[in-house]
Design a protein around this ligand. Structure first.
Ligand code: GLA
Length: 399
């Protein structure tokens, strides 16, 4: 053995010292996780006060925060390595260009500061993710929720899930500037393994419903992200508001378009285009309610799946937020015998298609359909399958 024991003693000692130095450096650190989401049914209903269904998925964003002295803040994301944001608690502002990813986190910080819930000393915040990028799984909402959960921990505050949803939606509406509803944030917050999240967007009431066993969720991403997605979204938001305005002028005292009745939409009640948006919202709401009733009465999954197909037709023809690539995938999927239903999911104008399938649908089937899309459009869509999973949570840190 000779000096061996002596060396080992020193190595162990060095390891201990390194570990201690790491723990000292990370003292008071906290961590969180927030999942991405799939919009299952209820397209563009959330900001119209409707009921929507989503599923949190088994991939998301992890946040890790370490408190620092002074009031400096530093935000780093592994997905945007060359876009670190360094600022201060009192001096940060909205980011443009390559650091604009940080607006979701800074927006949350701002809203929490206004509510007296934010940390009062500086911090360093690091994000990492296992979400496929730009697939329309709402990484932005996951970033907001993961941020809010670590910031609250640093501030010694506890947020309930409803508060969490409210803070994150406000951040997105007011700081980021997207007039979204609460679908993304609420699904990420209230997700439950093997369940759908049912959100009453008017009452802000959240519950979960078991997804029928032996079914699976697949997302096919066309990879198309229209430059004007945000402005198209805002335009549809405006058209829905206009439809609501017309109905109110004709004496219908409702606060949300999703509460309107089909028979109120007559030829002379509003312009043709506006009436198409309104009919989509009203029919889509009826489909969500039918799906919920169908689940409760244990209706055949094949029959329930047809509601997803109808939703797609409505998005495509009435809400006009689809595109040829999304239509192609949805229709190919709908024609497959193991697919229960397929539809555009999320904001639209490109983006992704959801397929709800039986267990007989596998990677080979998915690949064959993706290849057909490639032959037609010269682009191979990315395909992902997900399991409905639990919602956002704090993770034990190293404090
Ligand atoms: C995007 C928005 C959501 C919702 C959907 C459409 O994902 O972020 O709030 O409006 O579009 O249903």
């Amino acid at each position: 053995m000779g000096n061996h024991g002596f060396f080992l003693y020193h190595m162990d000692n060095d390891k201990e010292k390194a570990k201690q130095a790491y723990l000292d450096e990370r003292k008071g650190s906290v961590a969180s996780f927030a999942p991405g989401r799939i919009e299952f049914l209820g397209n563009h209903l959330d900001y119209n006060g409707g009921m929507v269904m989503g599923a949190a998925i088994d991939a998301g964003i992890y946040a890790f925060a370490t408190p620092t002295e002074g009031d400096d803040i530093r935000l780093f994301s592994e997905s945007f390595e060359d876009a670190v944001v360094e600022s201060s608690l009192a001096g940060f502002g909205r980011q443009e260009g390559k650091t604009s990813w940080a607006n979701y986190c800074l927006g949350v910080l701002k809203v929490m500061q206004e509510a007296g819930l934010a940390p009062r000393t500086g911090f360093s915040l690091t994000f990492t993710t296992d979400l496929p990028v730009s697939v329309g799984l709402s990484s932005s909402a996951a970033l907001e929720l993961a941020s809010a959960l670590v910031l609250a921990q640093l501030a010694g505050q506890e947020l309930d899930r409803k508060e969490l949803v409210g803070i994150c939606r406000k951040a997105e509406n007011e700081f980021v500037g997207v007039p979204c509803g609460i679908l993304d944030q609420a699904t990420s917050a209230f997700g439950k393994k093997d369940h759908l999240v049912l959100i009453d967007c008017e009452k802000e009431d959240f519950s979960t419903l078991p997804l029928p066993p032996d079914t699976r969720l697949w997302v096919f991403d066309t990879g198309i992200k229209h430059d004007l997605v945000d402005s198209h979204y805002a335009k549809r938001h405006g058209e829905c508001q206009a439809a609501l305005g017309c109905l109110r002028e004709s004496g219908h005292e409702i606060n949300y378009l999703a509460k309107a009745k089909k028979e109120w939409i007559t030829e002379d009640s509003m312009p043709e285009n506006t009436s198409k948006r309104a009919r989509h919202v009203i029919n889509e709401q009826a489909r969500v309610l039918s799906f919920r009733e169908g689940l409760a009465s244990k209706k055949e999954v094949n029959e329930l799946g047809l509601l997803l197909n109808d939703s797609h037709e409505s998005s495509s023809l009435l809400f006009e937020n689809s595109c040829p690539e999304v239509d192609f995938l949805a229709r190919k999927l709908q024609a497959h015998s193991e697919v229960l239903g397929a539809r555009l999911t999320g904001g639209g104008f490109g983006g992704a298609v959801l397929a709800w399938t039986g267990t007989g649908f596998g990677p080979n089937d998915a690949e064959a359909i993706a290849k057909e899309h490639e032959t037609q459009f010269d682009h191979l869509p990315s395909v992902h399958d997900f399991v409905p999973s639990n919602g956002a949570r704090i993770k034990p840190g190293t404090a």
